[in-house]
Design a protein around this ligand. Structure first.
Ligand code: NAP
Ligand code: MG
Length: 399
């Protein structure tokens, strides 16, 4: 066959450790034989980030704004141990945080469902996608421990120097704690628009929930901003697409989620999203089967796996030992990006290829050929654990 042509490049963000190894193999075995792959390459591996004082991360995010679609490999977020290990000039920030801040995006995480691996909630037959608002609330808080007999107030000074005060608590004989949190309308609005756009993209219902009955100003403000944007910008589009925007109280949302069959997008405030995404990922089986896409309100997309660089497997790999590392989420990052590129550029061949690669990946697992992490979960009778590369080869055969 002649290779499938691309017109616009994908922004390719390479990464670290075991996922960097897998990255190269996925391209060699599953993509490049069939697609005349066009990418603009950025090396976000920790060594090159350090060499460029992290400029490469910023450049890759700006390229995503230029071209609209990126695919990213997992990357190390340095801590003290990594600063030593890689002899870093600085403890560079999380690349994901930097990219998210530049794109002003929301992260959507979706589990990949295969036969043989039953979610812990057996009614969840379709994926539940979680959208997490990644700005503010307790993640940008100010906290204090308070001595006994202290009076604590919120004080806001406006542009004219006028103060508004509100009592938090009069502490008596017991010491205590206080916390100040904030959010900004522009970020809440971006979160809403990214979520509405993604729901239209996926043709799935969108749920949103807060604790507005208790937090009558703070959480209620989220509810109001979402409602206004929905009414003025999205209502007609949702009706045309035959999908629904559903707002409810967070307590009601969790109860409905458990009883549901899945198949919708659940937008969560920052803390709810942090906690619920871990719960949902665990319930579907494995972090290695979770894809993630960052969507900006103006329609830029960055696809990646939800898991990290699988450091422990990488050290085995370096020592010349065989690993059985699951590449599914990284493959789906590539297919997500190729499909989106195909849709935007009107390349049906490319869209079809992305769909076929996903089908081949799922078929491989459903045929009983899988990596060790899935072997532990799968209820198939004739399952076989294979190493990292043999799993990719088995997909290539089916593709
Ligand atoms: P991790 O890479 O997600 O791996 C944690 C453990 O989960 C692994 O040791 C492995 O368990 C299992 N696992 C995860 N992905 C797997 C896969 N594809 N196949 C098989 N097993 C898999 O998390 P981490 O070890 O905490 O973090 C390592 C590095 O990744 C850190 O430097 C962190 O900063 C970075 N990180 C990056 C991102 C990102 O770029 N989006 C996200 C999270 C973490 P077993 O060892 O038991 O087999
Ligand atoms: Mg979490």
């Amino acid at each position: 066959m002649s290779k499938i042509r691309m017109t616009t490049p994908l922004v390719e963000m390479d990464g670290d450790e075991m996922t960097r190894v897998i990255w190269k193999w996925i391209k060699e075995l599953l993509i490049e034989p069939y697609v005349d792959l066009k990418t603009e390459y950025y090396d976000l591996g920790l060594e090159y980030r350090n060499e460029t004082n992290d400029q490469v991360t910023i450049d890759s995010a700006n390229a995503t704004k230029k071209y609209g679609v990126a695919v990213k490999c997992a990357t190390i977020t340095p801590n003290a141990a990594r600063v030593k290990e890689y002899n870093l000039k600085e403890m560079w920030k999380s690349p994901n945080g930097t990219i998210r801040a530049i794109l002003d995006g929301t992260v959507f995480r979706t589990p990949i469902i295969v036969k043989g691996i039953t979610p812990y909630i057996p009614t969840w037959t379709k994926p539940i996608t979680i959208a997490r608002h990644a700005y503010g609330d307790i993640y940008k808080n100010t906290e204090m421990a308070v001595a006994p007999n202290s009076k604590c107030e919120l004080v806001c000074t406006d542009a004219n120097g006028n103060e508004t005060r509100s009592l938090i608590h009069n502490f008596s004989e017991s010491a205590g704690i206080i916390q100040g949190v904030h959010n900004v309308d522009s970020s809440i609005a971006s979160f809403a628009r990214s979520s509405f756009n993604y729901a239209l993209d996926m043709k799935q219902d969108l749920w949103f929930a807060t604790k507005d009955t208790i937090s009558k100003v703070y959480d209620h403000h989220f509810k109001d901003i979402w409602a206004e944007i929905y009414e003025t910008e999205y209502k007609t589009k949702f009706e045309e697409a035959g999908i629904e925007y559903f707002y409810t109280l967070i307590d009601d949302a969790v109860a409905r989620v458990i009883r549901s069959e899945g198949g919708y997008i659940w937008a969560c405030k920052n803390y709810d999203g942090d906690v619920m995404s871990d719960m949902v990922a665990t319930a579907y089986g494995s972090l290695a089967m979770m894809t993630s896409v960052l969507v900006s309100p103006d329609g830029n997309y960055e696809y990646e796996a939800a898991h990290g660089t699988v450091q422990r497997h990488y050290y085995k790999h370096l020592a010349g030992e065989e690993t059985s590392t699951n590449s599914v989420a990284t493959i789906f990052a590539w297919t997500g990006a190729l499909r989106k590129r195909g849709e935007l550029d009107g390349l049906t061949d490319l869209v079809d290829f992305a769909n076929h690669l996903e089908e081949a990946t799922i078929k491989t697992i459903e045929d009983g050929i899988m990596t060790g992490d899935l072997c532990l979960l799968s209820k198939l009778e004739n399952k076989k654990k294979v190493n990292t590369k043999d799993f990719l080869k088995a997909i290539a055969e089916r593709l």
